[in-house]
Design a protein around this ligand. Structure first.
Ligand code: COA
Ligand code: AMP
Length: 649
């Protein structure tokens, strides 16, 4: 039960009387006086030149933080820790059950590797403002490549290894990289995957041709190198001349991270250097309660925003130790994998997606594996990436007997919007809610006309502008799309595209996406992109893909397929072909397997497919009969088909 609040920052405590509440005080300051708040937070970062303005709001909705300032993100994440005497401390612990390897990289060693690889990139003509695509598995070289780009002021774009060649090619054409950095392959669970053939295929199909491809050869799979274009990572490192940090403007881009939108063309979320460094550094203590001496583990992948922010940049900016885990929560080798890593490396905080816990729970419901390990270093579990269902929350609490913190964020924001900020003040948890807005985020709920809704009323979750530092500054080479996608629907607010409500105590509840983005095992995917692939099948006339509930992965895609008139094929065969097409063109992580033969789709009188209504039916939610529907009887048909499939689970 939360204590009663008496005005900004003051709470009544029954033993101490009236005291200041850290959270309310800090939150109010961040909203009422953001410039002072973030200027103080910016003291945690080393600058070559301080800012002229903390917040440049001359051109809304393009807000700029720390304009006029200069810094280097790599310097802040690596060099300064060495200069401050932390050179011998572990920066990265690489733990790879799939290759049976564990080693540590100290800050000294990381500095040597990063400055050498920056030299390799520089020798290939990469300089400030150039783009570099990184397509790598979970190995420390991925972080080395990211930091080397940051060192030179080049802009990296990491592409998740589970994306197919076609998706990589889309990103190559949009980001126009000078160089691609990749590895010969990965081990995914028990499968050995060769990355280079995918990269070669992407090179062939992309219109833009990067000048060089640098390949890190792994012992279990050797990549063939193309004379004149491909370079061997190690050979180049052996002859490299270390490169120094290049000062960049705080407002210069650090990276582009493509994320799924509602169409086949992903959005290139653009992050700057200054705001990003300040916000992530601040978040490590205030949200995660992490100090320099601690070991922080984010069990995600460098290809996702969680990997960017909390495997690489956040922990390294803080100067603590980060774990690079190349494995799965189960099967590598068993559901005790996470507990082994925690106990072996003295992990204080683990951050992962609820799916990982559902997978562990499925294989080890009584937590027998957990009991085998000494988890005395472990302090708290943080979960994000999808809604934390109360069942998983309670199971994790019972198992670990430590705080289990749900927190909500998006690729676009780069760090948490709503969280129980343990480093500031820990609130009692209400299962199903990630707790309260993080300082910097002015979260509101509005209806479709932008009218503010009261406590417990469900609507669109929006954030009042300006967004805090570290959030997206625009979309790469597409300012118009940035404004249209996020800033147009509700004037003066950022549209999150999530639906939810805020209760009478200020606890935010995020209920799910209101658009065609779905979340499969914490991976963000676009049903629109899947529809684009399916529509290319020669027998398909029309289709609609929606996300339906899945016990393990949160959501899974299902396609409603209308075949062209006269097509007389066995639908099972078509179904297999569609699954293969999505796998080949988007990637295995799309997990597209299920297609349903349909004869018609629910549409408005103007012909728009009512995907929202289909989603509601599939997930057993109440829906209002759309007034524009051309034939309401079709909704009964859809309900019937889905109920024969046993949905929702
Ligand atoms: N490179 C290539 N392929 C990949 C890949 C990668 N980096 N990551 C996943 N894949 C493949 C998988 O091998 C699988 O292929 P398959 O269809 O041939 O079996 C497919 O993509 C689906 O992967 P995934 O959804 O991860 O399913 P899974 O059954 O292999 O594992 C979980 C299930 C729950 C264990 C796994 O999804 C997991 O650990 N989730 C945690 C979520 C997470 O870390 N999210 C990141 C955001 S915080
Ligand atoms: P991504 O951009 O991949 O991080 O995915 C962002 C989306 O994941 C959000 O818009 C939400 O729909 C969902 N999401 C992430 N974290 C949470 C959470 N803690 N609770 C509910 N939904 C979440």
């Amino acid at each position: 039960m939360e204590l009663p609040v008496f005005g900004a920052g003051i709470i009544f405590n029954f033993t101490e009387g009236f005291v200041m509440s850290n959270y309310s005080e800090l939150f109010s300051k961040s909203i009422d006086n953001p410039e002072e708040f973030w200027a103080e937070a910016a003291e945690g970062i080393s600058w070559y030149k301080k800012w002229d303005k903390v917040l440049d709001d001359d051109n809304p909705p393009f807000y700029r933080w720390f304009s006029g300032a200069e810094l280097n993100t790599c310097y802040n994440a690596v060099d300064r820790h060495v200069e401050n005497g932390l050179g011998d401390k572990a920066a990265i612990i690489y733990d790879s059950p799939v290759t049976d390897t564990i080693y540590k990289l100290t800050y000294n060693e990381l500095l040597r590797k990063v400055s050498s690889f920056a030299g390799v990139l520089k020798a290939q003509g990469v300089s400030k403002g150039d783009t570099v695509i990184i397509y790598m598995p979970m190995i420390p070289e991925a972080a080395v490549a990211m930091l080397a780009c940051a060192r030179l002021g080049a802009v990296h774009s990491v592409v998740f290894g589970g994306f197919a060649a076609h998706e990589l090619a889309i990103r190559i054409d949009h980001a126009q990289p000078k160089v691609i950095v990749t590895a010969s392959g990965a081990i995914e669970g028990k499968k050995t995957l060769a990355y280079k053939p995918l990269v070669d295929k992407a090179f062939d199909s992309a219109d833009h041709k990067p000048e060089k491809c640098i390949v890190f050869q792994r012992p279990f799979v050797t990549a063939e190198l193309q004379e004149g274009r491909d370079l061997d990572w190690q050979q180049e490192m052996n002859k490299s001349e270390a490169a120094d940090c290049v000062p960049v403007a705080a407002t210069d881009p650090l990276y582009i991270l493509y994320t799924s939108g509602t169409t086949g063309m992903p959005k290139g979320v653009m992050r700057d250097n200054g705001g990003h460094a300040v916000a992530l550094h601040w978040s490590m203590k205030n949200i995660y309660n992490i100090d320099t001496k601690d070991v922080f583990w984010s069990a995600s992948d460098v290809g996702w925003v969680v990997g960017h922010s909390y495997i690489v940049y956040g922990p390294l900016l803080k100067g603590c130790t980060t774990v690079f885990y190349e494995g799965k929560p189960i099967g590598t080798p068993d559901p005790g994998a996470f507990w082994r890593v925690i106990s072996e490396h003295g992990v204080k905080t683990l951050f992962t997606a609820p799916t990982a816990f559902r997978a562990i729970k499925k294989e080890d419901p009584n937590g027998a594996f957990c009991k085998k390990y000494d988890l005395s270093s472990f302090e708290a579990l943080y979960l994000a990436g999808e809604r934390l269902d109360p069942d998983t929350y309670h199971w994790a609490c019972d198992l670990l007997k430590c705080p289990v913190i749900d927190h909500w964020w998006q690729t676009e924001t780069g760090w948490a919007i709503v969280a129980n900020c343990r480093g500031i003040e820990e609130f009692p948890v209400k299962p199903g809610s990630p707790t309260k807005a993080v300082p910097g985020y002015d979260v509101h709920i509005v209806d479709e006309h932008g009218k503010e809704l009261g406590p417990n009323q469900e609507g669109n979750v929006v954030i009042k502008l300006p967004l805090p530092p570290g959030t997206l500054v625009s979309l790469w080479r597409d300012e118009k799309k940035f404004v249209k996608s996020y800033m147009s629907a509700f004037k003066g607010y950022y549209e999150t595209s999530d639906g939810g409500f805020i209760d009478e105590d200020g606890y935010v509840y995020v209920m799910g996406r209101m658009d065609d983005v779905i979340n499969i095992a914490g991976h963000r995917l676009s049903t629109g992109a899947m529809e684009e692939v399916i529509a290319n099948h020669p027998d398909v006339a029309e289709c609609a893909v929606i996300g339906t509930h899945d016990k393990l992965k949160g959501e899974k895609p299902i396609g409603f397929i209308i075949l062209k008139a006269g097509v007389q094929r066995d639908f099972e065969e078509v179904k297999q072909e569609l699954a293969q097409m999505v796998r080949d063109q988007i990637g295995p992580i799309a997990c597209y397997r299920e297609s349903i033969l349909a004869h018609r789709l629910p549409k408005t009188r103007s012909g728009k497919i009512l995907r929202g209504t289909m989603r509601a039916i599939a997930n057993g939610k109440e829906y209002r009969m759309p007034s524009t529907i051309d034939d309401p009887t079709i909704l009964d048909e859809i309900t019937q088909v889905l109920s024969t499939m046993g949905l929702p689970e």
